[in-house]
Design a protein around this ligand. Structure first.
Ligand SMILES: Cc1cc2nc3c(=O)[nH]c(=O)nc-3n(C[C@H](O)[C@H](O)[C@H](O)COP(=O)(O)OP(=O)(O)OC[C@H]3O[C@@H](n4cnc5c(N)ncnc54)[C@H](O)[C@@H]3O)c2cc1C
Length: 380
């Protein structure tokens, strides 16, 4: 049985998230987009914490709202319509806590999950990517060496969202690079660990409200009890985490596309050329029809992936499809919206050029889209 009714609770979350996006995100989005790279605005984190948005997927026994994946996607779309750059600060926190929720033991969950649910506003981050190991995760070089009751971590992660800001990290490191996938492990690393620092802060094209930086690990001692799951299962932990999280990334992209579409629709109704509003030209109205159709299709794929995840069904293919479709929809819709706004769409006075820059990032991270196509095609 398939239904498209949202529950009262989901409608309440949707309305609250929309209100939050309007009042707590949109007014700050342009300013944060223009910020210097080293600057990070902790006010956005505190606003998220006040609204209980940082620990969204965390179950109530650990202090979070414990929303399911579909509800998270509904909320993520609203936040994405407010500002994708601000949203990914929370989204990267969800990513890290999801891996602890999926494979953490009771003690790890009790120690780390409640930290994200407080009103003091703490972030988490997930660190896998290295300069020489992006899509090819199994090629990572960050080394974990067992020494008695601890692992010593050495290496450099790059492009990590929330690096230098997170209260704790889920760091992926290998005990033996020659084993490739089978050598990878996931560790929870406290943000104040000795030997942990950040290097270069990225000067990004979009998502500029969030920070991406190098995470440097120099002889970082991690207690063996901070190993997530069994030794050698880190690759699996990462894949499961990304499968669970991609619908939210897709949903942020749907929200972003919606923001661009709404700007284009309003403009096409208002702007008069040749004696009539733009929208009265069939060529223009067909463009808007295509944009609206694309957005609906992306939302449905995203919700299906989330729905499968919530039922514990195999969501890998659906999750990758939703990510590819929603992120590319966002790029396409932003580009068409810019075309419809003409010169003013290209100006920094309006948010459209920011939306297009933000959209471009969504197809790269949490697994670049060509990699998602490999996942989809191998499941055909
Ligand atoms: C905004 C942003 C935030 C990020 N946040 C994080 C984070 O919090 N934590 C983290 O660990 N990482 C993060 N990343 C890194 C991100 O996960 C990687 O950029 C991504 O996995 C791709 O790796 P890469 O950049 O090294 O590209 P590469 O792996 O070098 O790939 C380059 C291109 O080649 C394609 N490609 C690669 N291999 C193949 C193949 N076999 N067949 C076909 N095509 C292929 C890719 O799809 C891509 O289009 C972030 C990146 C961005 C842009």
């Amino acid at each position: 049985m398939i239904g498209f009714d949202l529950t009262d609770e989901q409608m309440t979350y949707m309305r609250a998230a929309r209100e939050f996006a309007e009042t707590q995100m949109k007014p700050y989005a342009a300013e944060l987009d223009r910020r210097e790279d080293a600057f990070f605005d902790w006010n956005i984190v505190h606003r998220f914490a006040e609204a209980d948005l940082l620990g969204l997927p965390i179950p109530s026994e650990y202090g979070g709202p414990g929303v399911d994946c579909l509800t998270e996607a509904i909320i993520a779309e609203e936040l994405g319509a407010g500002c994708a750059g601000i949203t990914v600060v929370a989204g990267s926190t969800w990513l890290a806590v999801i891996s602890i929720m999926l494979v953490g033991n009771d003690e790890q969950k009790a120690r780390y999950l409640p930290r994200i649910c407080g009103k003091d506003g703490r972030l988490a981050a997930l660190a896998s990517t290295e300069t020489e190991a992006g899509s090819d995760i199994a090629g990572m070089r960050t080394l974990a060496t067992r020494k008695g009751g601890t692992y010593i971590l050495n290496g450099r992660k790059h492009y990590i969202t929330n690096a230098g800001l997170a209260d704790f990290y889920v760091v992926f490191a290998t005990t033996d690079p020659s084993k490739r996938h089978a050598g990878i492990n996931a560790f929870i690393v406290d943000g104040d660990s000795r030997g942990l620092s950040i290097g270069r802060i990225e000067d990004k094209m979009g998502l500029r409200a969030s920070r991406n930086a190098e995470l440097i690990l120099e002889d970082v001692e991690v207690p063996a009890e901070n190993l997530l799951g069994e030794e050698g299962t880190g690759f699996l932990v990462l894949m499961q985490t990304l499968d669970t999280s991609r619908p939210s990334l897709g949903a942020i992209s749907v929200g972003l596309a919606r923001a661009a579409f709404e700007a284009a629709l309003a403009h096409a109704r208002r702007r008069v050329q040749y004696g009539r509003p733009l929208i009265q030209n069939q060529g223009v109205s067909f463009m808007l029809a295509d944009m609206a159709t694309d957005i609906d299709a992306a939302r449905l794929l995203t919700w299906r992936a989330a729905w499968l995840t919530d039922r514990g069904m195999d969501s890998t293919r659906a999750s990758s499809m939703s990510k590819v479709n929603a992120t590319e929809t966002a790029e396409r819709v932003c580009s068409k919206a810019m075309e419809l706004l003409g010169a003013i769409g290209y100006s920094k006075d309006l948010p459209l050029e920011k939306l297009l820059r933000d959209a471009k990032a969504m197809s790269i991270y949490e697994g670049a889209n060509l990699i998602q196509r490999i996942i989809i095609s191998s499941a055909l």
